[in-house]
Design a protein around this ligand. Structure first.
Ligand code: GUN
Ligand code: ZN
Length: 445
């Protein structure tokens, strides 16, 4: 029997209130509990159980029928697992929404200029802190993140994430060519930097390291090869980079590597593919490349607001899913919102333009358990199965006058969730709980 005193947070939601852990097993099986309860152990900070409040609450009541544990009442709110963003650049929060360019000019004219500032530990620390708080305000509790090529930028991010106890993946960005001097680090040095960050941060608390070559254009063959060797020498370290986002980018890679079969083949040749690899974008791929993604288990991260903002192109979701795992991500600062709900709404429109659909169930599954699976974190986060880490968001489905009015017209859960996906953003996030601790609460207006 569990000592009830160990269980501090029973999340009781009354009539009309809802709980939505989304699970999958080949297909998507969303689970919705009107008037649910979620029990969290305040020592392990993991889920003990969830279910209908009328079954759960009596188990944690004393002889008089009063709660023997701390109960938080989120009447009328929706509780969902914390959102997961599989591709985002924290230093770029300072140049989000920069006007007028497509990828390569955007990188040269805005991105690299901003990233060069991250040799300053104070800027790195302050920006990491601001960025992580913005993630929490958007309901995001885990992310795979780009820092800059300065090792201290990754270290500052880890330090702040460790303090908040968010589950995050990052690393120093590997760049040694085709970029400003201030951002280039010679191949051997950059790999030593990553090794050092692995030693200091990998699997310390909830932090994970990703080997992070920026993309084929800004790394020499030597740097990519060393990155592949480092990846092969560590079982649990991640690898992240960009792939086939923009037509001019693909053409430049072809120029740099005329003897390779294509963009993906460069990464393949350097040993960068595998189940722990996440490649952002993957818009312009040929059939043999999709097949190689499948064979290697390499994951694709789809970034709709970024693809639209930079005019990169339309990602084919059903086609890519036919070959490999796809996650969904914001890609801020090319992406224009840190909200995973806004990201889903743009993903829906990107698919509409190609006569494909994206249901609310599929979308909400994707930003929780689906993204967790893609990052191999689904044993830890993504839903409310017992012993998962208690990362969750409390959502106000009627947070704005428009949402309230529109929700009043809905007849089904699917309809409500679709409206949430299309109209929801940071305004619907009432509270964000990270490993059982409240880390964000929307200020009362
Ligand atoms: N390709 C290489 N670097 C970047 C970046 O910072 N953002 C995007 N969207 N694509 C990239
Ligand atoms: Zn990116």
């Amino acid at each position: 029997e569990r000592a009830t005193s160990d269980l501090s947070q029973a999340l009781d939601i009354d009539q009309n209130a809802t709980l939505l852990p989304v699970t999958a097993g080949g297909r998507i099986y969303p689970e919705y509990i009107a008037d649910g309860a979620l029990v969290v152990d305040d020592v392990t900070r993991c889920v003990v159980e969830y279910g209908h409040s009328e079954t759960i609450l009596p188990k944690y009541a004393n002889a008089e029928g009063k709660p023997a544990i701390k109960v938080h009442d989120y009447r009328d709110k929706l509780i969902m697992p914390g959102f997961i963003d599989t591709h985002v650049h924290y230093p770029q929060i300072d140049m989000i929404a920069a006007y007028g360019e497509q990828l390569l000019d955007w990188l040269n004219n805005y991105t690299f200029v901003t990233e060069a500032n991250f040799d300053d530990p104070k800027i790195a620390h302050d920006t990491a802190q601001f960025f992580l708080n913005q993630l929490l305000a958007n309901g995001t509790t885990s992310a795979m993140v780009f820092a800059t090529s300065h090792p201290l930028s990754a270290e500052a991010f880890f330090a702040e994430s460790h303090r908040l106890n968010t589950r995050m993946i990052t690393g120093n960005v590997l760049m040694d060519q085709n970029a400003p001097e201030a951002l280039c680090v010679p191949a051997e040095q950059s790999i030593r930097d990553t090794q050092n960050i692995i030693d200091n941060w990998h699997e310390r608390g909830r932090q994970h390291v990703a080997i992070t070559p920026r993309f084929a254009i800004t790394s020499s063959p030597t740097q990519l090869r060393l990155a592949g060797e480092l990846y092969a020498s560590h079982d649990s370290v991640y690898l992240q980079t960009h792939l086939a986002e923009n037509r001019d980018e693909v053409a430049f890679v072809q120029e740099l590597y005329p003897n390779h079969k294509g963009y993906l083949d460069v990464y393949d040749d350097m040993g960068l593919l595998g189940r722990r690899t996440t490649l952002a974008h993957g818009i312009y791929l040929e059939t043999p490349e999709y097949e190689r993604l499948r064979e290697t288990g390499t994951q694709i991260s789809h970034c709709p607001t970024s693809n639209l903002f930079l005019g990169s192109g339309l990602f084919n979701l059903p086609k890519t899913l036919g070959y490999t795992g796809v996650s969904i991500a914001t890609d801020v600062g090319a992406g224009t919102s840190l909200s995973m709900l806004t990201t889903l709404s743009e993903a829906y429109k990107v698919q509409q333009l190609q006569s494909n659909q994206l249901s609310a169930h599929q979308g909400l599954y994707q930003i929780t358990l689906g993204n967790a699976q893609s990052l191999l974190l689904d044993d830890k986060v993504g839903n409310f199965m017992p012993s998962k880490e208690a990362d969750f968001v409390v959502i106000d489905m009627k947070a704005t006058a428009l949402l309230e009015r529109r929700m009043a017209q809905t007849k089904t859960l699917e309809e409500q969730l679709f409206v949430l996906m299309m109209l929801g953003d940071d305004r619907v996030i009432e509270q964000t709980i990270v490993a059982g601790q409240s880390r964000y609460r929307k200020s009362a207006v």
